[in-house]
Design a protein around this ligand. Structure first.
Ligand code: EPU
Length: 339
């Protein structure tokens, strides 16, 4: 069944906790709902569209004059398995961390490093979420959905999804045009945990055996020590991406910024730590209006209470300008602005 609500408050549907409204909110829990809703309310096809899957990566600058789509498709179904692996088809409306918890409890390897990332399954491939050495693209087999304008069902195999660092075909080409209905994940029944990132291995050892459950505990422990809980302090995780620069630029930066985190990519390019640059430029804890740079992770901007989207964006732009002036590096936003 679909549900259409006019003048809908989005306050609880954006993790910055901004007090904004949408002209229309359409929630759907069956694939046919998009067809049924548009047959009943064809004028809504003309509206600007925004797909919201948890609202954990969105920054609203004002009320949204258009139609917000909320995919609530449920289900975690084993659609194939053998001795070594299992394929799961998961509805776009499932809370991603609920899926991670389920897979860890079943002893299926692959997404445990992505523990405690807020948001719904449908948003996961769009953004190609990643953390602690794992990207979700590594375990996605296929993404199923509907092209909203043409009403065509489509499935994209992993190699057609154009996955890259925090991006995909669904973000580059089909943003707010392709409604993800379900995602097929392939997880391993036999495996080892990935512990190469930062102090993950050390924390895991402190917890005991390198089991899936302990790996999940270790990731949760690290995240909770650095990242603010959006239910308590509005935020959207990393506000910026870690910038990709030529190797020689990173080498030059490292000379006057010892300790700069540098992650090797291919073809002479590296990713450098944006949090480190912002931190070293002196922004950690800095407050401007009701927006502030998180005290424990400089890559995160928080709503101290009552902030507007504009205040948050102003702070982000001040940081971008300063980091560019000090280090010659342009920080690209990870958060999606909704004008
Ligand atoms: N650092 C600082 N100061 C800071 C923040 C970071 O010096 O204020 C330095 C430290 O040396 C730290 C290193 O940067 O050891 C890396 O920090 P962290 O492990 O927190 O990772 P990140 O590069 O800042 C990225 C992702 C996070 C993800 C973590 C862990 C991006 C944009 N962010 O952050 O993802 O959880 O790695 O894998 O790639 C998100 O996308 O919303 C997100 C939280």
């Amino acid at each position: 069944m679909f549900k259409l609500i006019p003048n809908f408050s989005l306050r609880h549907n954006n993790s910055f906790g901004l007090d904004v409204c949408a002209s229309y909110w359409l929630s759907m829990d069956r694939q046919e709902d998009w067809f049924d809703a548009m047959a009943k309310y064809p004028h809504l096809l003309e509206e600007k569209k925004l797909i919201v899957g948890g609202g954990t990566n969105l920054l609203f600058l004002s009320d949204f004059d258009g139609l917000v789509l909320s995919p609530d498709f449920s289900g975690i179904e084993v659609t194939y398995q053998d001795d070594e692996m299992v394929e799961l088809t998961v509805g776009a409306g499932i809370d991603f961390d609920e899926l991670v918890a389920h897979c860890v409890s079943m002893e299926w390897y692959g997404i445990e490093n992505l523990s405690l990332i807020p948001g719904k399954v449908g948003a996961v491939p769009v953004q190609n979420i990643g953390a602690y050495g794992v990207e979700v693209a590594d375990v996605i087999v296929r993404v199923n959905g509907i092209h909203l304008e043409s009403f065509q069902f489509a499935s994209y195999e992993q190699n057609q999804c154009h996955f890259s660092y925090r991006s995909s075909l669904f973000k580059e080409k089909f943003l707010n045009e392709f409604l993800v209905t379900s995602v097929v994940f392939r997880l391993q029944k036999v495996g080892t945990v990935v512990t190469g990132y930062g102090d993950l291995n050390q924390i895991l050892q402190e917890l005991g055996a390198p089991s899936l459950a302990n790996l999940r505990r270790a990731v949760i422990q690290i995240r909770q020590s650095k990242l603010p809980d959006p239910a308590v302090l509005g935020n959207a995780g990393s506000f910026f991406k870690n910038p990709v620069v030529p190797e020689e630029v990173a080498t030059a930066l490292e000379e006057f910024l010892p300790g700069l985190p540098v992650y090797q990519l291919s073809e002479g390019f590296v990713k450098v730590g944006a949090g480190f640059l912002i931190d070293n430029a002196g922004w950690k804890g800095f407050q401007m209006g009701c927006a502030a740079v998180h005290e424990k992770q400089a890559l995160v901007i928080v709503n101290k209470g009552g902030a507007t989207g504009k205040e948050i964006l102003d702070l982000a732009e001040a940081i971008q300008k300063d980091v560019l002036a000090k280090y010659g590096v342009l920080l690209e936003r990870e958060v999606q602005i909704v004008p």
